[in-house]
Ligand binder design. Structure first.
Ligand code: SAM
Ligand code: SF4
Length: 329
């Protein structure tokens, strides 16, 4: 099996694939309420083009993929793409990150196709706060998806962005979901990427940990899986686990194994970089597989050491305010 290394000796084996820039929610930390310019369909990579890029990467050493967005289930015929990429030689794990609104009807097939895990975004257990955060009244659909995933015994991670003045009251109820449910809850530092450039006061991972420790004094540190972005803990007597993702403090760059492809085919080798390669243009101008592979290899070999260096190197500083719905989280 091939292994792809970056210029800092880090193995790269994980590709995050944003399959659309569209979304059926408007989470305020991710997207502005109005004035979003969605890409026209022809600007998106087609399923054939996505499968081609994933196959090339799989041949170079990528073995894990995650479908994300925007909201992946908003893309028409998503299951058709999933059936194609799930079976690609070299792809050993495939995961999905979803807001859960449209997901439930597809869960039996996801299970049958062997989905490795699903990350469900759920920032609050309170219906009114859900509506305030996402600007849509869809709590019930999201929560029903959580139950359906658990009923199908699909490994579930709950992503909860921690937001000053918004959902601090939800930290404990969400952590308490791990008591009876075998879920891994991850509290995420809010990043200042909301598509409108507005700045936020971030609850740092230290502050989140302090808060959890205060309320769960027996919290014990778990061994983190390899390349984990979360620091993981167990509350005594709970089935599931809680974790913290220092997305803004960027404590995990040293072991970063991931690259990202946006819905329009732009490659990012760091969450914080400018797009480093436009695969759509390369594909549509007739490059063959060897030429494409060489470009993918060059980009992989020119990564910033960490998110701070990547951010400093950006050509366009307006992109620091890009929406996560384009990047895919
Ligand atoms: N729509 C899907 C969802 O919400 O799960 C997938 C795409 S979403 C961009 C992926 C993840 O990024 C979500 O868990 C979301 O909470 C997270 N995210 C979006 N904007 C963020 C921000 N400003 N700070 C931290 N996490 C963010
Ligand atoms: Fe949509 Fe996910 Fe962004 Fe919320 S976080 S607006 S669900 S893409």
């Amino acid at each position: 099996m091939n292994t792809l290394f970056d210029n800092h000796g880090r193995p790269l084996n994980y590709l995050r694939l944003a399959v659309t820039d569209r979304c059926n929610l408007r989470c305020f930390y991710c997207m502005p309420e109005e004035g979003i310019h969605y890409l026209p369909k022809k600007e998106l990579l087609s399923f054939e083009e996505i499968v081609r890029v994933v196959s090339l990467f799989a041949g170079m050493g990528i073995s894990k993929i995650r479908l994300t967005g925007g909201e992946p289930f908003v893309r028409n015929d998503l299951m058709k793409l999933i059936r194609a990429v799930a079976g690609l030689p070299g792809i050993k794990e495939w995961h999905i990150t979803t807001n859960g609104i449209l997901t439930a009807p597809y869960i039996p097939e996801l299970k049958k196709l062997g989905v490795s895990s699903v990350n469900l975004s759920l920032d609050t257990l309170d219906r009114d706060r859900f509506r305030a955060i996402t600007r849509r009244d869809e709590f019930d659909a999201c929560y029903a998806t959580l139950q359906e995933l658990l009923d199908h015994e699909i490994p579930v991670k709950i992503n909860a962005v921690v937001m000053e003045e918004q959902n601090i009251a939800d930290i404990l109820p969400i952590a308490l979901l791990t008591k009876d449910k075998n879920v891994s809850v991850r509290f995420i530092e809010e990043m200042p990427f909301n598509g409108s450039g507005a700045a936020h006061k971030t609850w740092s991972y230290k502050k989140i940990l302090e808060y959890l420790t205060q309320h769960f004094p027996g919290l014990s540190r778990l061994d983190d899986p390899e390349n984990s972005t979360s620091m993981n803990y167990r509350i005594p007597g709970h089935r599931g686990s809680v974790g913290i993702i220092a997305a803004f403090s960027r404590t995990f760059c040293g072991t970063c194994n991931r690259i990202r492809l946006t819905a329009q085919g732009s490659l990012k080798t760091c969450l914080y970089d400018d797009f480093v390669l436009e695969t759509k243009e390369l594909i549509r101008s007739g490059n063959n597989d060897d030429e494409l592979k060489l470009d993918l290899l060059r980009a992989s070999n020119n990564r910033a050491a960490n998110g701070f260096e990547a951010e400093a190197k950006r050509k366009s500083h307006t992109r620091a305010h890009e929406s996560m719905s384009t990047i895919g989280g």
